[in-house]
Design a protein around this ligand. Structure first.
Ligand SMILES: *Cc1c(COP(=O)(O)O)cnc(C)c1O
Length: 440
């Protein structure tokens, strides 16, 4: 099933996640429902943390919380003694609310708002990754007001194209993210940051893309970044002491993807760390502190979404649609970039798939699909459909489109499930609505 074998078919022929029967979960909590396997999340956090510690020593793993953010995930990251990165005031607030230690928070964003920067400084976040001149000015001003020196990194663009879907690449020269090494803007910006009295320039950050299986693309980004660090040492007498290599490790969604077990992730990380050591030796650099920001690979395969099959529409000689009680409001990734998933009938998981169907959502958009060509046994109304590998970028991208309720999230541990995000209610939908007097 998935790469980690946390999904199984049990004796009743039902899909099981982390020891919990998915048909039972659907009954107990209703559908649509996001389900996350805690053991899987912890195992992923640990493999990155322990490999970095063992193979390199001076480093920090940051869970990229945009992949899935709610208070419980920060509580888990805190217990696992790793850091997190946040990309908005809202993610930062959620982390703080969970009691996450601020010094282990890195803050990202290509357009951090003035109030987000002020809030980050009030929280005393460990590091801010700068991505604009105006931002450097703002952080410096706010730090000065508070009598602080803020640690910063500069987001650079090493110009490495990771081989993955074009829409989810961020490091091409034409990108809203980062300062390019090749056109000299990264050097100018380094100089600018060094001139700021209330900023402590620590080094660089790069993130070359997402859902990457090609280790060589990470190695290339490491090589280019170290070459740049060496050039800055020569030209500006600034030797970076931190290099943040971003996230991007790929996960299994369907059989076009590689299934990577824990050793596989450790192996990729080792390759990357070897490249750091080799590059530093080559350029005569001190080994920098290495930060990594895996998001998708920590939570992605740990999660599934359970739906109930509703309307079934067979268009003769065209295709068959199976409609579920969710859709683009809980998983917009097919609509955004034709993301592919694997689906299973959770209550008949031992039956052999026999047809290819499109799984449709319930939104008023013809593009509202969860997937096309999904291979399933003949589904019947009332079946529980599980879509696999939905732990990352599903709940975090969910919306109330069509005023559908964002599904709750349960965390499974040793076969027992508990809410970590409660169900929304219709009242929640109108909580902030106001009818102005003149409309009454
Ligand atoms: C999205 C993002 C990540 C996480 O990427 P994954 O593919 O989920 O591992 C890490 N760092 C930055 C800056 C990002 O934008």
């Amino acid at each position: 099933m998935n790469a980690r074998k946390s999904l199984k078919v049990n004796g009743k022929g039902h899909l099981e996640i982390g020891g919990a029967d998915c048909a039972e979960l659907a009954k107990q909590f209703g559908t649509p429902l996001y389900v996350l396997d805690e053991a899987h999340i912890r195992a992923m956090m640990r493999i990155y943390r322990d490999t970095l510690e063992r193979e390199y020593g001076n480093g920090i793993v940051l869970y990229a919380s945009k992949a899935f953010s709610c208070t419980a995930i920060y509580a888990i990251a805190k217990q696992e003694n790793i850091g997190v990165d946040v990309v908005s005031g809202g993610e930062l607030f959620t982390a703080m609310k969970a009691g996450f230690p601020a010094e282990r928070i890195f803050m990202h964003g290509n357009n951090k708002l003035p109030n987000e920067i002020a809030y980050a400084l009030d929280c005393k976040v460990g590091t801010i990754v700068v991505d604009a001149y105006s931002e450097a000015d703002l952080i410096d001003d706010e730090a000065q007001k508070r009598g602080m020196i803020q640690d910063v990194l500069l987001r650079i663009n090493p110009g490495v194209e990771a081989h993955t879907h074009a829409y989810i690449q961020t490091a091409k020269t034409d990108s809203k993210f980062g300062f390019s090494i090749s056109d000299g803007t990264a050097e100018k910006m380094t100089e600018y940051l060094l001139s700021k009295k209330n900023l402590r320039m620590r080094g660089y950050h790069c993130h070359i893309g997402s859902q990457i299986f090609e280790k060589q693309s990470f190695v290339l980004a490491v090589e280019k970044s170290l070459k740049f660090i060496s050039e800055m040492k020569d030209s500006l007498e600034f030797e970076a002491d931190t290099l943040n290599l971003g996230g991007g490790f790929g996960i299994w969604y369907n059989d076009e993807d590689v299934k990577t077990d824990l050793d596989g992730y450790a192996d990729s990380l080792r390759t990357l760390l070897d490249a750091v050591k080799t590059g530093c030796a080559h350029y005569g650099l001190q080994l920098p502190r290495i930060a990594l920001e895996p998001g998708r690979s920590i939570v992605g395969e740990a999660g599934i979404t359970l739906y109930t099959v509703g309307a079934i529409k067979n268009i003769p000689n065209v295709k068959k649609y199976i409609a579920v009680d969710g859709g683009m409001f809980d998983n917009p990734r097919y609509c955004l970039y034709q993301a592919k998933y694997t689906a299973v009938l959770a209550n008949r998981a031992n039956e052999t798939p026999c047809e290819y169907v499109s799984v449709a959502g319930k939104c008023c958009e013809s593009g509202d699909l969860i997937g096309v060509n999904m291979n399933l046994p003949e589904a019947r109304t009332g079946d529980v459909l599980a879509v696999l590998s939905t732990g990352a970028y599903n709940y975090s991208m969910a919306s109330n489109y069509n005023r559908n309720l964002i599904p709750p999230v349960v965390l499974v541990k040793n076969g027992k499930a508990e809410y970590i995000v409660r169900p929304q209610t219709y009242e929640d939908l109108t909580r902030n609505d106001i009818i102005p007097e003149y409309l009454k």
